[in-house]
Design a protein around this ligand. Sequence first.
Ligand SMILES: Nc1nc2c(ncn2[C@@H]2O[C@H](COP(=O)(O)OP(=O)(O)OP(=O)(O)O)[C@@H](O)[C@H]2O)c(=O)[nH]1
Length: 169
Amino acid sequence: EAPLSTIGAAFVAKVLTVGEQTVTLGIWDTAGSERYEAMSRIYYRGARAAVVCYDLTNSSSFQRAKFWVNELQNCEEGCRIYLCGTKSDLLEEDRRKRDVDFHDVQDYADEVKAELFETSSKTGQNVDELFQKVAEDYVHFTAFQEMTEEKGVDLGQKSSSYLYSCCHH
Ligand SMILES: Nc1nc2c(ncn2[C@@H]2O[C@H](COP(=O)(O)OP(=O)(O)OP(=O)(O)O)[C@@H](O)[C@H]2O)c(=O)[nH]1
């Protein structure tokens, strides 16, 4: 069956483990099309991470992904960006289907300080790895930053309540 287009956004929570901690990611799947542009903004406001997807077999989708990366960089300081090339299964079938060069995207990712993953929702390739990285980065960078900046935690103290309040144990 053909999947339906996203109208507005869909939400899913994903629970992951990073070391000793359990992290619950709240994931909004927003529509990438121009038609819903204004609506998508509502959902990524305040986001700590954004997975910007493009189709590896369609170079214009990568141009569109760059638009969203710019948006995020301009509007959401503190939002980590993950570039996600989709449909990698099609490239395994036929390499000639690749329309977006891996190294070009890697250079761009370095430039905008984004991570890069090539995934397939059909085979599941690299999907868990992508979300695991999002959760790990959240724990390593964002949670720590928020804990020190917003709560003014004394770094000399061994434990803080912030991580406990934002992550389940
Ligand atoms: N072969 C293959 N096809 C895929 C993959 N992911 C999505 N597709 C196909 O690509 C088309 C679009 O997929 P969607 O997941 O609806 O794409 P989207 O960008 O979320 O679309 P909107 O919800 O309208 O924003 C569908 O026909 C899917 O079957 C994949 O990993 N491999």
